[in-house]
Write a protein that binds this ligand. Structure first.
Ligand code: NAD
Length: 288
């Protein structure tokens, strides 16, 4: 199986933290990338973020100026999905909600060619269940990047019950061609990394709830004592509490309420208060 060639246009839906990072990766690999979001300002902000990252890389000598300019020129902001109907690969990175994702994929099925590949960056929802809403679920797979997508190497290629092996292999080779380290996984709640990482966040939130120490102390302990690149609280602030909480809830529900995955009331409060982490300027830490 071979990677998608760079003449295949990519459509990224959702221009938030993940969508803009994924658009950056695909454009850097040579694809023209349509970047779409229901909020026009998110598309603008997403493209500005890519421009900033590229300038930073160029300033540090990690990327030629001309390459940075060419990469940015390949990112095409669109305000209507219909403008991207010639895309051969659609990667969805919108809100972590089954109904909303199913609705979007049904629209994509109508819009795109029959041989276009549909991929979701969901962190925890079942690929099989998302695909159940489609006429042709065999062309849907998980293409799960990590945050920040341009820097994190791992990509989980997640197959639902209907996903063909050929499709998963094409995505695997494509992720490799994009400079990533892909792994195959089948669709289980949280896949590999988000499943195993759940207890890391949950236990840290419990320790905080018991007032063992403040978030900065706990983060430093986990960084310096265990060699994690980021402590759990700064990592949750980076991921976004809305996203992280939704993932925990989804894994908890998928395992029929298994107590090991019980969502945290502390995190629920942060979400309720709009303290979503870096993206809102405040979470466990202040970013203002
Ligand atoms: P985000 O909140 O930063 O961005 C989501 C974007 O999607 C927003 O700009 C929103 O306007 C847009 N959107 C919502 N509904 C839409 C729709 N119907 N059509 C088009 N755009 C729509 O979220 P994020 O952190 O980028 O997460 C996106 C997805 O990626 C989620 O499924 C999440 O679980 C997954 N994910 C997140 C992380 C992370 O660390 N944040 C890591 C891996 C995967």
């Amino acid at each position: 199986m071979t990677a998608l060639t760079t003449d295949v246009k990519v459509l990224v839906i959702g221009a938030g933290a993940m969508g803009s990072g994924i658009a950056h990766v695909a454009a850097a690999a040579g694809h023209a990338v349509y970047l779409y979001d229901t909020r026009a300002e998110a598309v603008e902000k997403g493209r500005d973020g890519i421009a900033r990252d590229l300038r930073f890389l160029a300033a540090r000598g990690k990327l030629a100026e001309a390459e940075a300019d060419a990469t940015l020129a390949r990112v095409i902001p669109v305000t209507e999905l219909a403008a991207a109907r010639d895309a051969g690969l659609a990667i969805e990175a919108i809100v972590e909600n089954l109904d909303v994702k199913q609705k979007l994929f049904r629209a994509l099925e109508d819009l795109l060619d029959a041989d276009a590949i549909l991929a979701t960056n969901t962190s925890s929802l079942s690929i099989t269940q998302i695909g159940a809403a489609l006429d042709r679920p065999e062309r849907l797979a998980g293409l799960h990047f990590f945050n920040p997508a341009p820097r994190m190497k791992l990509v989980e290629i997640v197959s639902g019950l209907a996903t063909t092996r050929a499709l998963a292999d094409t995505l695997y080779e494509t992720a490799k061609a994009w400079g990533k380290v892909p792994v195959h996984a089948t669709s289980t709640p949280g896949f590999i990394v988000n499943r195993v990482a759940r207890p890391y966040y949950a236990e840290a939130l419990r320790v905080l709830g018991e007032r063992a120490a403040d978030p900065a102390t706990l983060d430093a302990a986990l960084r310096d004592g265990c060699g994690f690149p980021m402590g759990p609280f700064e990592l949750m602030d980076l991921i976004g509490h809305d996203v992280n909480f939704a993932v925990t809830r989804s894994v908890f529900d998928a395992y029929f309420g298994d107590k090991r995955f019980t969502p945290s009331l502390i995190q629920q409060e942060l979400v309720a208060a709009g303290r979503l982490g870096r993206k809102s300027g405040r979470g466990f830490y202040d970013y203002a």
